[in-house]
Design a protein around this ligand. Structure first.
Ligand code: SAM
Length: 278
């Protein structure tokens, strides 16, 4: 647990920087148009109910806007108060929200009160050995048969990993976006045992390319929240699809899943719509 806390603190430091440049960022770090469309499609399936109480993991402005637009009661949880406030400035909706500063693994709320829990790439930020605990915590807070709506990065079945040089060429040819490039570059540093990628190695390569003027300032802006971070560890977790779904099914029934199509990385970033088991 100590180790996890250390990682999380690090994630928060990185995230503070992300908030400041969120406007410039691209998918998959920031939800794309297609991501939002898919989230909305699934949210629409539960909208005919009473007033909905939504729990949002993280401060993602797009998800908070989506929930407020539909008049949901919104509670959002993030370890960083600074990022929560910074993101507020980027929102379109002005509705009232409740912010809780806490770790998602231990949220200070009573059991069985949330209708839907949403989070964009939130499992991705947590170590694999804590995913079950996170599922249990979400289920504890949900009403019976409450819903979970979340995008997860999946380690690809086929070997799609290309060398940094090849990826750079793909980006320059317009085959992938700069956001895809960043995450795919990270997969070069995947550790099968921990299922983690340490993004600091990808950021180092990107920073090098920028210094060599292979990225313009404009291009670099889209990723620089990360690349300016320096040499600190920044982990993302990618389980394989089977092991993740097996774990999810222990606590939830998978109702549907969909893949964003407006960026390459969407092929391995399914959005799951699931219902808590009784
Ligand atoms: C959701 S994640 C990744 C970016 C994501 N795609 C988004 O839309 O925000 C970033 C946020 O998660 C928060 N965070 C990371 N680990 C956390 C944890 N264990 N508990 C609570 N917040 C956490 C960070 O403070 C940051 O605001």
């Amino acid at each position: 647990m100590e180790k996890i806390t250390k990682v999380t603190k690090d994630s928060v430091k990185q995230a503070d920087k992300i908030a400041k440049v969120w406007k410039n960022l691209v998918a998959p770090i920031r939800p794309s148009k297609d991501d939002i469309k898919i989230y909305q499609k699934f949210v629409n399936k539960i909208k005919n109910k009473k007033k909905i109480k939504a729990l949002i993991l993280g401060s993602t402005p797009e998800l908070r806007d989506l929930a407020l637009k539909d008049q949901f009661e919104v509670i959002f949880v993030d370890l960083s108060k600074e990022i929560a406030n910074t993101m507020k400035k980027l929102m379109k909706q002005k509705g009232k929200e409740r912010f809780i500063r806490a770790n998602w693994l231990n949220i200070p709320l009573e059991d069985s009160q949330i209708d839907i829990c949403m989070g964009d790439d939130v499992f991705t930020m947590v170590d694999w050995n804590q995913w079950e605990k996170l599922l249990q915590e979400i289920k504890r807070l949900l009403i019976p048969e409450g819903h979970l709506l979340t995008k997860v990065f999946i380690y690809p079945k086929k070997n799609i990993i290309k060398t940094p040089d090849k990826l750079y060429q793909d980006y320059k040819k317009g085959k992938i976006t700069i956001g895809d490039y960043t995450e795919l570059l990270g997969l070069n540093f995947y550790d099968k045992k921990t299922r983690r990628v340490n993004m600091k190695f990808a950021f180092k390569i990107e920073r090098g390319l920028w210094k060599e003027k292979k990225f313009t300032d404009q291009e670099f802006k889209k990723i620089n929240s990360k690349t300016k971070i320096g040499n600190r560890d920044f982990f993302l977790t990618y389980p394989n699809k089977n092991e993740w779904e097996k774990l999810l099914k222990k606590y939830f029934e998978i109702l549907d899943e969909d893949y964003p199509k407006d960026y390459w990385f969407g092929k391995i970033s399914p959005i799951y719509f699931a219902r808590a088991r009784k």
